[in-house]
Write a protein that binds this ligand. Sequence first.
Ligand SMILES: CC(=O)SCCNC(=O)CCNC(=O)[C@H](O)C(C)(C)COP(=O)(O)OP(=O)(O)OC[C@H]1O[C@@H](n2cnc3c(N)ncnc32)[C@H](O)[C@@H]1OP(=O)(O)O
Ligand SMILES: O=CC(=O)O
Ligand SMILES: [Mg+2]
Length: 710
Amino acid sequence: MSSRQARSGLQVDKVLTDFIEDQALPGTGVTADTFWDGLARMVTKLGPRNRALLSKRDRFQGQIDAWHQQRTGQAHDAAAYQAFLQEIGYLVDEGDNFQIDTVNVDPEIALIPGPQLVVPITNARFALNAANARWGSLYDALYGTDAMGDLPAGGDYDTARGARVIAWAKAFLDGAVPLAFGSWADVAGLRVQDGELMPTLANPKQFVGYEGEPGKPDTVLLRNNGLHIQIRIDTHSAIGASDPANIADMRLESALSTIMDCEDSVACVDATDKVVAYSNWLGLMKGDLTEDVNKGNTTFTRKLAKDLSFTTASGVQGSLKGRSLMLIRNVGHLMTNPAVLDGQGNEIGEGLMDALCTTLIAMHDMKREGGNSVQGSVYVVKPKMHGPEEVAFSVQIFDMVEDILGLPRNTVKLGIMDEERRTSANLNECIRAAKSRVAFINTGFLDRTGDEIHTSMEAGPMLPKGDIKTTPWIASYEDRNVDIGLACGLKGKAQIGKGMWAMPDRMGDMLEAKIGHPQSGATCAWVPSPTAATLHATHYHKIDVLARQDELADCGPRGTLDDLLTIPLLGGRNLSDDEITHEIENNAQGILGYVVRWVDQGVGCSKVPDLNDIGLMEDRATCRISSQALANWLHHDIVSEDQVMAAMQKMGAVVDRQNEGDPEYRPMAPGFDGIAFQAACDLVFKGRAQPSGYTEPVLHARRLELKASL
Ligand SMILES: CC(=O)SCCNC(=O)CCNC(=O)[C@H](O)C(C)(C)COP(=O)(O)OP(=O)(O)OC[C@H]1O[C@@H](n2cnc3c(N)ncnc32)[C@H](O)[C@@H]1OP(=O)(O)O
Ligand SMILES: O=CC(=O)O
Ligand SMILES: [Mg+2]
């Protein structure tokens, strides 16, 4: 049972007061009174505005619903629809051209295109792994995954597979750092002579430095498109000994940046959960987070990696960051949390609490050398904002946070998730609203798809979710995001990012497809794991994104607002019974597989097999899509409640079987009366009534119910 303590008129869960006062504040120079007074003022000053913005979302949704309802059975009139969105203020007028003026941005964000990893902050083992994923072994990533087309058989080292890995990696080097003559496959040894690498590179400037003796280096560092490659030479390792150049591994600079996620990949419903998230962030910002990891028969302590030191080509000491640049994703404007109650006993906005707590914690990083941001900046990713007013509200929140904590204005940089329809449609003005803070715009296409379905719920039945990906709005959304970003001057100052690869085990497919992200002019794109980061890094060696951005800027804008506002309706298309069954069962399986772990075990991101047995990354955003898709088909009588319930029960039994090996797991069948199953049903059967189709209200309520029952 939690107990509460009075702080500046707020009632704060003791778990949180203890954490803030004993762990987060000491060393920052901020007093407890300053902190709690500040939070209380934020609640008083910003709370009403927060609620007004949420009411505005509901008002727009009501107006849009009514517009479609009044036109049921009529062909969609795109011009009238756009005029209507303008008239109600959903679409705002665009102002004059402008350029962002964000300053003190770290090079990983401003200058070096590369992979961006996302990790649930509540999992210290994963979070440390993610921070250390700045560097990853290309040999391991190729050997251990299906990146080359097939999976390893398991058991002892397979020499033939190893030879394929080495050939792949050396061919990659031929492309990224070509030799003046011949191929890396033919190199018989590496040495440094008079500041140059032997054998000579086609562009000798790509040689950055080495460790060890120049005549017999242990490592050699190369660079291409701003990204480093470390070649490890080791005659004692089995792989090095059998390699003509004694190359034992190639390590790639991989996750240039990592989003430590307090949002859609975690399940934080109360003060205890929030403190797990904040404690891990504190450990990362102080640099002292550790976690004991058991693997096989061994246990080791995982901690943050050190920087790399080496001798530069010109013979002086150099160093490179050993850790990914860490960003922190706060929650959006919607949710409240019982960790803190206001004077009237109401839960305060969780976004306000995240803003103050995560920025306070990041102050530890500003006070030390060799930490996260060399520029003294804090990078907050703000999700699920609807339109420019909500972005302006985030700016107002961080203005106030900086005033409370005594930080210079614009210390906090904002990552704008372009993942709600009203933001995509008004992106130019959204960026303007944060023009001195914006550090990235990222197309979160998963949430964005969920919002697409929810916003136009009354327009008619939508296409199956896989087909929605090929409709005009999404191409326009992705193109416009890059073009608007470039037009607003993000190049060299901020990231233009692309979304998640949601099939963590399909690395071969990722290698094929995700090169499309740097090709599209994006300076970063999301990956679900460190291994995926290493493989995706190869794409940024193949594509010079900064040059690509210049080409795109010269071509002028692509993707129109008309296309963006096209609704992905089923239209006249007839679906067979099999197609319908497949769609319901696929969605039901994804929802149940995710929700049962969320509600029963507090796991916010899971790998859930789909009907084709492909493990899919499921988080709250993918759950939003699946639940909104089913809610939409129910609403338009494509499927009946009985059909959906039958599918939920059938797939509930399937999910139970998939989790058989987990001793913590509580089966949903045969009773289907547990809290988790009810949560999944609520998401679908009450999906139409959820604000913007979000899953958070149902998941939080049901997880709190489960916790209370323990
Ligand atoms: C729409 C959106 O908002 S997307 C953003 C939210 N999504 C995410 O954050 C995805 C994060 N990824 C994950 O949580 C996981 O990769 C999952 C759930 C998809 C798969 O997890 P698992 O099934 O446990 O992964 P798997 O067994 O293949 O690999 C586990 C190993 O990889 C590591 N790993 C996996 N994902 C990550 C990650 N994101 N960061 C760091 N390490 C990771 C683990 O540390 C572990 O290694 P270890 O044993 O040395 O600690
Ligand atoms: O947050 C990312 C998304 O796709 O949603
Ligand atoms: Mg999202």
